[in-house]
Design a protein around this ligand. Structure first.
Ligand code: DX5
Ligand code: ZN
Length: 239
């Protein structure tokens, strides 16, 4: 598969705290920061849009108080516009909502922007990119789910790779500054394939928090830097 590397952003790691040990969450987040993570990915599930109930506003607030890392709030909730204000007040930097969960995606994007935050829009594995295309020019981030949302620790859906490549092409065509985020089943066995698509924000839950968060974060962020370096070298060879 051809590499699609741009270099608009550094590739960044967003560990998902869904897989963290909540008894010592602050320490665990600090460990990922020492390892090079630059975001905290917070999965908000309402038991309706997805079967699970996970974290809510108080957790975002507590995390905000204990870290300077950027907070990436992933809303897996129906009618997300109801909670934009609350998550903005709690300290989110980016709020991503699901296209499938919003009656009026434009209104949700505006509500996020009114709070001065970065707006992300997400699609489930079965939702074609054509459905999200009209919103790309209006957001800062596109999140392509590589598992069915709802649970951590699932297996990466192989078809996600081709979808990510198409997503990157769509972003490059419409608004190249949009970040391409991938979430679900990204870890040792899939990270190289995922990087090859041009995704530049990688969510990892189990792969980071399942085992020594600092060591795992360092491992993956060093891999990102090597990947960027080799992509740069490849580009200058071609010039
Ligand atoms: C799934 C969540 C993911 C999940 C990722 O609905 O959005 O963020 O926690 O976990 P892993 O990396 O373990 O698949
Ligand atoms: Zn997520």
């Amino acid at each position: 598969m051809p590499r699609r590397i741009r270099g608009f952003f550094m590739i960044e790691l967003a560990p998902s705290i869904l897989a963290a040990n909540f008894a010592c969450l602050g320490d665990q987040i600090a460990a990922t920061e020492r390892g090079g993570a630059t975001w905290v990915h917070i999965d908000v599930m309402d038991g309706l849009f997805v079967p699970s109930i996970s974290l809510g506003v108080p957790v975002v607030k507590s995390v905000r108080a204990c870290t300077g890392l950027k907070l990436d709030v992933h809303l897996m909730i129906v009618d997300p516009i109801r909670y934009i204000g609350a998550f903005a007040d709690a300290g989110a930097d980016n709020i991503t909502f699901h296209l499938e969960a919003a009656d009026d995606p434009d209104a949700v994007i505006s509500a996020i922007h009114e709070r001065g935050l970065s707006a992300g829009i997400s699609v489930k594995p079965g939702t074609p990119l054509s459905e999200v295309r009209p919103y790309i020019s209006k957001v800062e981030l596109l999140l392509v789910m590589s598992v069915e949302p709802g649970f951590g620790g699932q297996k990466y859906i192989p078809e996600s790779t081709a979808k990510l490549v198409l997503a990157r092409a769509m972003i490059d065509e419409i608004k190249p500054s949009v970040r391409l985020e991938v979430d679900g089943g990204v870890g040792n066995s899939t990270v190289t394939e995922v990087l090859g698509t041009g995704a530049d924000l990688l969510v990892m839950g189990t792969a980071v928090y399942g085992h020594h968060p600092e060591v795992r974060s360092r491992h993956f962020t060093e891999l990102f830097r090597k990947f960027e370096f080799s992509a740069d070298a490849e580009r200058s060879d071609q010039q």
